[in-house]
Design a protein around this ligand. Structure first.
Ligand code: SME
Length: 173
């Protein structure tokens, strides 16, 4: 079987994220569905970069609760209260949170003890509403920096054009 995901971990970050972005749009062509988009992006980032965990926490109670969505990696915590941990902080502030060392982030929620650093990026829909948080964990300290924030923030802009809960291919039938 051929490798269906592209390894980007050895590329300069700007190039790596541009490659993932191209691949994401190619794979999703004609599909406008948030679950398919979350699953595909998780897969491309996880296998492309070789991170420990990549996935989404969805807003299920605005301003209060996140629940796990599509992800790749070991078991993720099921629910996170907005304002708690790295993901909850990204949700509460609607800002990307970079944590170079999870051991010194107050309230970090450890789903996998091997996680050493983390980045959480808010996902906003076409109406400006927070719908999810994209979360990435690495086994390495300080794996994420401003280039990752920029690259990931660009990637999640795809959700601003994704229809809520409906596949456009189905809607057209
Ligand atoms: N560490 C996260 C929890 C989610 S897991 O890393 C998959 C946090 O502190 O929000």
């Amino acid at each position: 079987m051929t490798e269906a995901t592209i390894a980007v971990r050895h590329l300069p970050k700007a190039h790596a994220y541009a490659t993932v972005d191209q691949h994401l749009h190619l794979v999703l062509e004609g599909i406008s569905d948030p679950i398919a988009t979350m699953a595909t992006l998780s897969c491309l980032l996880y296998h492309g970069f070789g991170h420990l965990w990549v996935g989404f926490y969805r807003v299920v109670e605005p301003g209060h609760l996140l629940r796990v969505g599509p992800y790749q990696g070991t078991l993720g915590c099921l629910e996170i209260v907005v304002g708690r941990g790295v993901c909850g902080t990204a949700a509460a502030t609607e800002r990307t949170v970079i944590v170079p060392d999870v051991d010194v982030f107050p309230g970090h929620i450890a789903c996998d003890v091997r996680a050493r650093s983390e980045i959480a990026v808010p996902v906003v829909d076409a109406h400006g509403n927070l719908t999810a948080v994209l979360d990435l964990d690495s086994e390495h300290v300080a794996a994420f920096d401003d280039d990752d924030a920029l690259g990931l923030e660009r990637l999640v802009r795809i959700f601003a054009g994704v229809e809520r809960g409906v596949s456009s291919t189905v809607a057209r039938e």
